[in-house]
Design a protein around this ligand. Sequence first.
Ligand SMILES: [Zn+2]
Length: 266
Amino acid sequence: MEILIGREPEQGRLLVSVKVNGQARIAAIGGAGSVPGSVSRCLPAEGKAHCKIEVAADGGMVVTNLKAANVTYVDGLEVMSKRVTGESRVELGKGKYVVNVNTVVEVARKLAAVGSAQQAGGGSAGKEAPEFSILPLKRVWNRYHDEQFELQKRQKNLGLIKSLYIPCTLLSSLAGMLVRHLGMAEGVAQSVSYVLYGVAAVILLYGLYRSFTDRSLEEKEEIAERFEHDYVCPNPECHRFLNYQKYDILRQNKNCPFCKCRWTEK
Ligand SMILES: [Zn+2]
């Protein structure tokens, strides 16, 4: 039997993993955060861990350090690979986290024997979580993103129209003065001024009309509602809203924070 041990990436417990028929079975020992950061992570799917414990048929055990950047101590000495017994003091990492080899082997035996990893050891173990595709959420996220963008663009344009009114009125006064200054007839100066005031008035009215008929707020709410309804965990037993996290973040997380089901992109 070959046992991988290391720090559980998310909760910082001691993760124990054994392979049965090519499938990694895992269980966690101890409380959350009980394993210090100096212990390397155990990633059973990738075959990575801090160290492995091989148990021979006669019960003989060998501890092997798995990563050059790691330290594994047996009875106070740094080792790469060493025979151990249940009485040996095995410590992981610079923080010298003490591993009870007997407990680990017992947990691993249970994992290998029982069909599932439930209740193995003292920890709440992770049984093989079901798998669901999050690919449909990609479209949901992209759509939400596009709609938000459109909405913002529209609001920006509306703001622009409204603000045009001010330079237009200023321009009309200025133009009136300028025409007079150039020695044009009073009547012409007046007309130019009126025309520009007229334009300003039209812009102002149009801006007001657009503000009154604008449905941005309602649309914003509709978009958010639809998004919260659709952007949920693909596991039908969970279906919880995954918050306003980018799709890329979900992809990196690889599993649901609520039901712990595994996410794929198949
Ligand atoms: Zn879920």
